[in-house]
Design a protein around this ligand. Structure first.
Ligand code: SF4
Length: 363
């Protein structure tokens, strides 16, 4: 059983973060924030995909003034992402955002940070101190030239001290780098030294495939070590992909029941069916399924059921059509491959219904 580090519990809107609460999925809009209609549309669509907190960039005053309407129409809490201009942070808090993310490294003036803290206190707004390897102070960079992870930690600890000296503890922290190892080392070290909740992510992780790999290694490793309270998979891809990957990470580290897990074989010369095509079809069909069932798509009836023994339900090609199996045992033989998906879907729907019923009426 995974042992999680229990951090201080805070709230972003109605979402609890830290204190052993489920790890929360975040993403970020890529619309213009001042285009309220498109931003709200994207937030609603991301929330439907599974995003639980949304961050929007606030690059100018016009965006600040659009926040109130966005917050009113958003089904999930909204965090304003602020860089450089402390007035935008103050404006966003006054518009009612549930949290702000600042990198104190790019708002250097301590008095200006103090002003943000005072307003955040007044509005009970959470602040994420987002330290980034690209914007560390020059003396910290020089001090930790060869151990930049320690520079990230020292920088975060220094900022926290400043926030605490100003009676502000409604904080979560991130220590991001585009380098996976640096990120891991920084979060591990910080976690030994502080109980503030942590937002995990690999920054500038890249396009969908390499970004997914980097994020899965970095975020997945930390989660398995019990570190992390919220996550964002940062991808150069539509933000819905970030949410899908985040859900996969959380399902696969065994932390959240966020729908089905699909497994499929790589195929080999024994295959009796086009597994690549079939697996993609099944993946799409599973979008309605809420239960955390394990679904298998396998190439042959000879090895498929055995190899996918732990799948709750599976499908495999055979020279006569295909088979449907449950926990390694054949349930049905289907003569025509065209009927295979139809029958499979019926069985999946039954399993999903059973799970929903059990959930509603626990024994
Ligand atoms: Fe090959 Fe069959 Fe295993 Fe798929 S299930 S990899 S087709 S042996």
């Amino acid at each position: 059983m995974l042992k999680r580090k229990i951090t201080k519990k805070i709230y972003v809107g109605n979402i609890a973060i830290g204190g052993g609460e489920p790890v929360v999925i975040q993403s970020m809009t890529n619309t213009l924030t001042k285009d309220v209609k498109s931003t709200v549309r994207q937030i609603k669509s991301l929330a439907k995909t599974g995003c639980e907190i949304i961050r929007v960039a606030v690059p100018d005053e016009e965006s600040v003034f659009c926040l109130k309407e966005i917050i009113q129409k958003s089904p999930i809490p909204v965090i304003a992402d602020i860089h450089f201009d402390y007035k935008l942070a103050i404006g966003a808090i006054k518009q009612g955002v549930h949290g702000i993310r600042i990198n104190p490294g790019n708002i250097k003036n301590k008095n200006k940070i103090k002003e943000i803290i005072n307003i955040a206190k007044e509005f009970n707004t959470t602040i994420r101190i987002g330290v980034n390897s690209g914007s560390l102070d020059i003396d910290i960079k020089n001090k930790f030239k060869n151990n930049i992870h320690l520079g990230l930690v020292e920088s975060a600890i220094n900022y926290i001290k400043f926030f605490e000296d100003n009676d502000f503890t409604n904080i979560k922290v991130s220590l991001k780098s585009a380098d996976v190892i640096t990120t891991i080392l920084a979060y591990e070290k910080f976690s030994e030294m502080s109980d503030y909740p942590l937002h995990l992510g690999i920054t500038e992780a890249g396009t969908e495939l390499p970004g997914t790999v980097r994020s899965s290694i970095g975020i997945g490793y930390l989660l398995l070590k019990g570190i992390g309270d919220t996550i964002r998979v940062s991808l150069t891809a539509p933000p819905s992909r970030e949410v899908v990957v985040a859900k996969e990470i959380l399902k696969n580290v065994g932390m959240r029941d966020l729908g089905p897990v699909l497994i499929s074989c790589p195929t080999c010369a024994r295959r009796d069916i086009d597994v690549i095509l079939l697996a993609h079809k099944v993946e799409k069909l599973l979008s309605f399924v809420k239960s955390p069932i394990k679904v298998a798509v396998m190439g042959c009836a000879v090895n498929g059921p055995g190899e996918a023994m732990d799948a709750d339900i599976g499908i495999a090609g055979s020279n006569e059509g295909g088979i449907i199996f449950k926990k390694g045992r054949v349930l049905k033989k289907i003569k025509q491959q065209e009927d295979l998906i139809k029958e499979f879907l019926k069985e999946i729907k039954n399993l999903d219904k059973e799970w929903q019923m059990k959930k509603e009426k626990p024994v």
